[in-house]
Design a protein around this ligand. Structure first.
Ligand code: AMP
Length: 417
């Protein structure tokens, strides 16, 4: 079924085609008519399923068919958890809306950069605002915008919004919105907290679920390599060189590790750079742009910095340190295999992190066979790993499975033997 059959005008269909969107993904086929019909939507979809264009196309169509008022009033508000996702969503909306006969003004606001240009950007109003909650509240405090005309609220990556502690900010933002409005809530996972938020927010929503098994969903090959923690960097170098990988996202547990691992790879002749929350916003955007342009082969990153990122054709993700939770695992590996492309997610499993990986497998109801690469056979026996600066076991840990005081004492005595 083509996009035009979903009630979208030629201007939007043309822009979608230019972005490589020719056939709607399942979430687009279901969500676009529902949104255009004014319904609330509860969408369970990973990044990579095409969810941004799903709500983006519908919002643009709805707003352009109702040209609105002068000065412009914010009629659609998209809340996202991270600066990077805000920038990305803004970019997609602008590209999709480029041929509209009544151009819509889309303003993107997020923290970590000066507020003044954003205040200037909001002068004369805006049709769509894409925002992270904290900066949006700052701008509201500065009277830089009003939300009294918002007809549609989108919560994108609602699970991340809550994980990142934005619950209070959400309450304050919601209080400024008209009661009568359309709500779209999208989330990769529906924990009890997310479901509670959905129940509070949504009125008789259309439920859209895009199970990970559908053909259009990321096809990610998951592999696990057993290796001693100390051998992970040499193993990573060898894998990158042997397989000729030119674009790899490597996840580590801490900002410090991101710096250290990137530096070690760089010294081995691999173009690697760190990416984490301590870098300035400008530096982060530059790294992403250069990674997309293939000027970096490897970006070594923490969890926080890489949520929601869409790096087209990212073929390989490596869990150098395991994520702390099964949910984070899903988010990490979801960086590859986007929009039907195949992807590879490799996890390094050391004897100390074996039990953690087992838990991730169980939570996901999957089994990933352990592989061994010649020359990197694990030699150490399974024992609790060294505790790094963050207090997390060196190879990552699982939420709720942190070592107790007793575990640490036991580990210390085992090491001393
Ligand atoms: P998401 O993060 O879920 O919005 O997915 C974004 C990725 O999916 C981007 O790389 C888009 O270009 C791609 N995408 C979205 N819709 C389609 C489509 N209908 N056909 C092909 N690729 C798509």
């Amino acid at each position: 079924m083509p996009f035009s059959a979903l009630g979208l005008p030629a201007t939007l269909v043309r822009a979608a085609h230019e972005l490589g969107l020719t056939t709607p993904t399942p979430i687009q086929s279901e969500a676009i008519p529902a949104i255009l019909g004014g319904r609330d939507v509860q969408g369970c979809a990973q990044t990579g399923s095409g969810k941004t264009a799903a709500y983006g196309l519908a919002l643009l169509q709805a707003l352009q068919s109702d040209p609105g008022h002068r000065p412009r009033r914010v009629r659609a508000l998209v809340l996202v958890p991270t600066r990077e996702l805000a920038a990305q969503v803004g970019e997609v909306l602008r590209s999709l809306g480029q041929y509209l006969s009544h151009p819509l003004k889309i303003v993107v606001v997020f923290g970590g950069v000066s507020i003044n240009p954003q205040m200037l950007g909001l002068r004369g109003g805006a049709d769509i605002v894409v925002a992270t909650p904290g900066r949006l509240l700052d701008l509201l405090d500065h009277n830089a915008l009003r939300l009294g005309s918002v007809a549609t609220l989108v919560l994108d990556e609602a699970d991340r919004l809550l994980d990142m502690g934005f619950a209070q900010e959400l309450v304050r933002v919601l209080a400024q919105l008209p009661v009568q409005r359309q709500n779209l809530l999208l989330s990769a996972t529906f924990s009890p907290a997310v479901q509670k938020l959905a129940n509070q927010l949504l009125r008789e929503p259309v439920h859209i679920e895009v199970p990970a098994t559908q053909a259009n969903e990321p096809t990610i090959l998951q592999r696990a390599i057993a290796v001693d923690a100390a051998q992970r960097t040499p193993l990573l170098c060898q894998l990158i060189k042997d397989n000729g990988w030119s674009r790899v996202l490597v996840f580590v547990a801490t900002k410090y590790s991101a710096e250290r691992v990137a530096e070690k790879l760089y010294k081995q002749g691999i173009f690697a750079t760190p990416f984490h929350g301590d870098l300035s916003q400008g530096a982060r955007q530059q790294v992403l742009a250069e990674f997309k342009d293939e000027r970096w082969e490897v970006v070594v990153t923490t969890d926080l910095a890489s949520r929601g990122l869409d790096i087209a054709q990212l073929p390989v993700v490596v869990n150098y340190d395991l994520p702390r939770s099964a949910t984070d695992y899903v988010h990490r590996i979801g960086r590859t295999g986007r929009a039907g492309a195949s992807g590879l997610a490799i996890s390094f499993v050391s004897p100390a992190s074996e039990a953690h990986f087992g838990l991730i497998e169980r939570r996901q109801r999957l089994t990933v066979p352990r592989e061994v690469v010649a020359g990197f056979d694990p030699t150490t026996a399974a024992e609790p790993g060294p505790v790094d600066r963050s207090g997390v076991p060196g190879t990552g840990g699982i939420k709720g499975k942190r070592p107790s005081k007793k575990d640490k004492l036991r580990a210390a005595s085992t090491r001393a033997e």
